[in-house]
Design a binder for this molecule. Structure first.
Ligand SMILES: C[S@@+](CC[C@H](N)C(=O)[O-])C[C@H]1O[C@@H](n2cnc3c(N)ncnc32)[C@H](O)[C@@H]1O
Length: 282
């Protein structure tokens, strides 16, 4: 199969390339190519003020990959990825393709509200000949019914079977008015016993000083875009798992959830600025 995902992007119809987009900025931090000058300019300005943004994005992606592998290892064969982003390398369906034996199947539903993420996901799933078992839902995850009752979700997901629901680096785009605890509970309540909830969330991590100041600056910049962000502390993040028991090692920083490699010294500083965990529907 020809893999030409790295070709320079063509703006899909209806996609605004004049304003920076969270999905494309994140793609740039991960080394992807689905971004435009406006995104790169915004991303470089962020990086200058807050040096941990790129290693942080990579730690988040690696955590997501480890969760997918662990869920597959535990026998889960259905994934819903809320706020999936531009499908840069290492996306859920690619991990599934890598991990499963030929003939084994799993289902993947990506969800994003950014038209560019949706357009590129459609293209890539077609190129990877994965549309029979993976799909993208264009919806706002703050409206759970739009996600859970979407025809593409219903085509792919059997809600009587366990699902690995992923909310990776997406809940910091939900403000207090979106009531994150109630929102996450609505999703948890839709899932069968044995389901997993994998979640990561940016945080000031109790830090002060230059690095925390840089992150404060970054939050202010995002507040000026169509994707404002809200940081949360561990005390606000842990209850999002509800009464589902946490898998070991509990709620920890991204590189500390079942690590498979040592951090380099030049990426250590990103560690305090996000929390993550996985819980299981008993
Ligand atoms: C920082 S990226 C994270 C991508 C991916 N989850 C990961 O961890 O690698 C956040 C993504 O969430 C999407 N997003 C933010 N708020 C959303 C919402 N309310 N509904 C759906 N997608 C949303 C953005 O468009 C962006 O693509």
């Amino acid at each position: 199969m020809k893999r030409d995902d790295d070709a320079a992007p063509v703006a899909p119809t209806g996609v605004d390339t004049e304003k920076p987009s969270a999905a494309r900025i994140y793609d740039w931090f991960l080394g992807g190519t689905h971004n435009w000058a406006v995104d790169r300019e915004f991303a470089r300005a962020l990086e200058k003020q807050w040096r941990w943004v790129k290693p942080g994005a990579r730690h988040n992606r690696e955590f997501m990959n480890r969760v997918v592998r662990a869920a597959l290892g535990a026998g889960i064969r259905q994934f819903i990825d809320l706020g999936s982003g531009v499908p840069t390398a290492g996306n859920v369906h690619e991990i599934v393709q890598e991990e499963l034996e030929p003939g084994e199947t799993a289902k993947v539903v990506y969800v994003d509200y950014e038209p560019v993420a949706v357009a590129h996901a459609e293209l890539i799933l077609e190129r990877h000949e994965a549309t029979d078992w993976a799909g993208i839902v264009h919806a706002d995850m703050r409206r759970p019914k739009d996600v859970l009752r979407h025809p593409e979700t219903l085509r792919l997901i059997d809600f009587d079977q366990p699902v690995c629901l992923m909310m990776m680096a997406v809940l910091h785009f939900a403000g207090p008015h979106d009531d994150p605890p109630a929102l996450v509970a609505t999703y948890r309540n839709a899932l069968a016993p044995g389901s997993w909830l994998g979640l990561s969330h940016m945080s000031f991590g109790g830090q002060t000083g230059e690095d925390a100041d840089g992150l404060h600056w970054m939050v202010e910049q995002y507040r000026k875009t169509s994707n404002p962000v809200w940081m949360r502390d561990r005390e606000e993040i842990e209850p999002l798992f509800g009464d589902w028991p946490l898998l070991e090692p509990g709620v920890v920083h991204l590189p500390d959830w079942r690590p498979v490699r040592e951090l380099r010294r030049d990426e250590e500083g990103a560690r305090p600025f996000a929390w993550c965990g996985v819980s299981v529907h008993p």
